[in-house]
Design a protein around this ligand. Structure first.
Ligand SMILES: Nc1ncnc2c1ncn2[C@@H]1O[C@H](COP(=O)(O)OP(=O)(O)O)[C@@H](O)[C@H]1O
Ligand SMILES: [Mg+2]
Length: 523
């Protein structure tokens, strides 16, 4: 132990974050955290979904700003990148900056690999280069492709041709192009956010080679993965985050999977906040059924039955496939094989069919997929319920429409100036209530809720839990996809845990069920 401390003490700091806080409305994503990265180190960040891993690294890499920060220092100097490119460019020094491979895709499909790698910097390949640094004329494609091939080679990626259209590449290759793009800039700190799970073994080998080329040098790596075995293998130091706080840092010699898991969980459960009963209970009747559904790497032979009067929880880590499952069940994504049926064997082949069969869907990406932000509350709620208020299903009477909308505003206590207020002006929680109003108003019998309480405050959360309990009591079938374990355990009659696109384990509602029982099947 002493020896470990001594070796780290010898190593110089390259990056230091002090007292960093980041809030999104009522959500505290980071709570006054300190983080130190040393030269030569490969530091792992681990924690449940939503613990703040992407937030802290994206601030360091210039993607967003902290709400409050006592100081960020890079190589001993104050670090204030204005953008990701600025961070990569080391704030004007040209090289030796901080580069990040993000969790979501960072490439553009409509152009070639080479153009993606040199995006925003194609000027250097134009025919005419002026002394003042300006350039014009057509891009010399041969030169561009040669430079891009060189960049790919530098990252150890030999099998992707620079000329290839980005859209022709599979997910793994697209991720590798992103890595090449970052490596080209010679960053001294490389941040990799949940990338390896998108890679097959050969892709991972390339990534590990790059990471190893940083290990023990003057540079450093921050590696984020939800695969505990992988992260212990790859990283020399491991920092655990929970609910925006840094809980503990482990040196390699202290690694113990049980201790690390314990640090990740161990959160208080609030009894009366969720359902107060501990008996699983639901109707006999199957409301929605998935049979052997497959969708590439995301879903592998998933089968499930959701009953009337049941809250079925689906849990897992970020890329376990649960969000895709929600989309397949609602007909927004077509499975490669297998089928989804509602009620008496009615196949759900599209969203339109799903809505016809009485289904509603609350998307995780509320602002983009569930709402029209620039429209009014009235228009957002009324859109799905026409057959409830229009006369003979086509004649829309203004007064009936208004009454229909006002009832939802009232029942859900949506805080607004009135039905004509634009949705974009509402807080996150009230926006989410509008989405609920849209589906509940039209009498949906089957609700698919993907992270319904994401980014909403405690009060609204509670209101939603009460609403779910009420709907369950009315015999509605609810599928609750959630990244928050306490919520899943607090609300579900039954929980299915997914990992790597497969359903790994089923838990029935029980007073004895603990976080620790469940989390082992997620990681
Ligand atoms: N743009 C955003 N708007 C609202 N909330 C956000 C946003 N980005 C992150 N959050 C919230 O901040 C918390 C931390 O998120 P994140 O850093 O992405 O977690 P992790 O990467 O550990 O899964 C979560 O509660 C998440 O919902
Ligand atoms: Mg993340």
């Amino acid at each position: 132990m002493d020896q470990v401390i001594n070796t780290t003490a010898r190593r110089e700091e390259i990056l230091k974050v002090r007292g960093m806080t980041k809030t999104f409305g009522p959500v505290v994503a980071l709570n006054n955290v300190d983080l130190t990265l040393r030269k030569g180190d490969v530091l792992g960040l681990i924690g449940e979904n939503g613990s703040g891993k992407s937030t802290i690294t994206s601030i360091v890499a210039g993607m967003q700003k902290a709400t409050k920060c006592d100081g960020m220092y890079y190589k001993g100097e104050e670090w204030k990148p204005s953008s990701m490119l600025d961070a990569l460019d080391c704030c004007g020094k040209g090289r030796g900056g901080i580069g990040m491979v993000v969790q979501e895709s960072g490439t553009i499909p409509g152009i070639t690999v080479a153009e993606n790698i040199f995006l925003g910097e194609l000027g250097q390949f134009r025919l005419f280069q002026m002394k003042n640094g300006k350039s014009f004329g057509p891009v010399r494609r041969k030169k561009l492709f040669a430079a891009a091939d060189e960049a790919l080679k530098k990252a150890g990626i030999e099998h992707i041709p620079a000329k290839a259209p980005m859209a022709a590449l599979d997910f793994q290759s697209r991720k590798l192009v992103e890595i090449a793009k970052v490596i080209l800039k010679d960053p001294d700190v490389l941040i990799i956010d949940e990338t390896s799970t998108a890679l097959a073994q050969d892709g991972r080998e390339i990534l590990y080679k790059i990471i190893n080329s940083f290990r023990g040098t003057d540079k450093a790596v921050i590696f984020i993965s939800h695969d505990l075995d992988e992260i212990m293998d790859v990283c020399d130091t491991l920092t655990v985050l929970r609910d925006g706080n840094i809980i503990r840092t482990f040196e390699r010699a202290e690694y113990d999977p049980d201790e690390i898991r314990k640090a990740m969980i161990g959160r208080e459960m609030h009894g009366d906040y969720y359902r107060s009963d501990f008996e699983p209970a639901c109707g006999e009747e199957v409301a929605l059924k998935a049979e052997d559904v497959c969708l590439g790497e995301s879903l592998k032979h998933v089968s499930l039955e959701l009953h009337r009067g049941e809250i079925l929880g689906i849990g897992g880590l970020a890329q376990c496939g649960m969000h895709e499952l929600g989309k397949v069940l609602f007909g927004s994504l077509a499975p490669k094989s297998g089928r989804v049926t509602a009620g008496e064997d009615r196949e759900v082949r599209s969203e339109a069919v799903a809505i016809k069969y009485g289904m509603g869907y609350v998307s995780k990406d509320r602002d983009v997929e569930s709402l029209n932000l620039s429209a009014s509350i009235k228009d957002n709620i009324a859109i799905a319920g026409m057959d409830k208020y229009a006369v003979k299903n086509f004649l829309i009477l203004d007064s009936r429409e208004k009454k229909y909308v006002d009832r939802q505003i009232d029942e859900l206590s949506i805080k607004c100036s009135g039905r004509d207020q634009l949705v974009q002006q509402l807080s996150g929680g009230n926006k989410q209530k509008v989405v609920f109003g849209k589906w509940i108003g039209c009498g949906s019998e089957i609700l698919i809720l993907d992270c319904p309480t994401r980014g909403v405050d405690i009060g609204v959360k509670q209101a939603m839990y009460r609403l779910m309990t009420k709907l369950k009591g009315e015999g509605k079938a609810i599928l609750l996809i959630s990244e928050e374990l306490p919520e899943l355990m607090g609300m579900s009659d039954r929980i299915l845990i997914m990992k790597d696109g497969e359903v790994k384990k089923q838990f029935m509602r029980s007073r004895e069920l603990t976080d620790a029982d469940v989390i082992g099947y997620m990681i």
